[in-house]
Design a protein around this ligand. Sequence first.
Ligand code: SF4
Length: 237
Amino acid sequence: MRAQEWTYDTLTEQTDTFETASPQDILAWSLDTFGSGLVMATGFGLSGIVLAHHLAQISPETTVFYLETDLLFSETYALRDHLAERLGLSFQPVHSGVSLERQRQEHGPDLWTHSPDQCCFIRKVLPLRRFLADKTAWITGLRRDQSAARANIRIVEWDEANGLVKINPLAFWTKKEVWRYIQQHDLPYNPLLDDGYTSIGCMPCTRPVAPGEDLRAGRWAGFAKTECGIHVQPKAA
Ligand code: SF4
């Protein structure tokens, strides 16, 4: 079946068969089905590292990209470079085209402190939408155990907001399984994870979490916001 022929029903059928498949099998199917229209997103979190490790072995030429907000931790950039060298991958930055200075001039200083939704829209949601416009499928490292909002994600689903297929090969993995994989393969990870951070995004919007808190509780602390918007689907009318 060609990428453009997928329907909600065939995607549902496909995703059901993947509930017991390995991430390698899901990636192999994705590559076979979507070919050069397939890309992978990463924020250099644990799941993304596991998937990048798999991809490096079966299809190192696949485009792996990250959202370059200009506000990532220095530890994240160091990890990007370390992974690129170790895995033989290049990580493509996807940028908004809006400098922090221009954002300051147009919206005032530190937009993230008073309007994080607008800041994420400018620096993440729109650039992603533009980048995915000519793609047919994207792979993400989303897992169901990361937050209540992600508890029902499917392995293969239709991304209504961006108009293409979205594949979450580690949807059913747990944090424990991901850590085990990283350790078994001696893969590098962000050292901030050893300092109480459990989900790492932009510097101004990320803090360590306390024991027992949601894995993503350290993102946008003080706001009701829990997602930057790139994984949020429009509500049905
Ligand atoms: S995570 Fe924070 S700094 Fe980064 S784009 Fe969103 S609001 Fe802006």
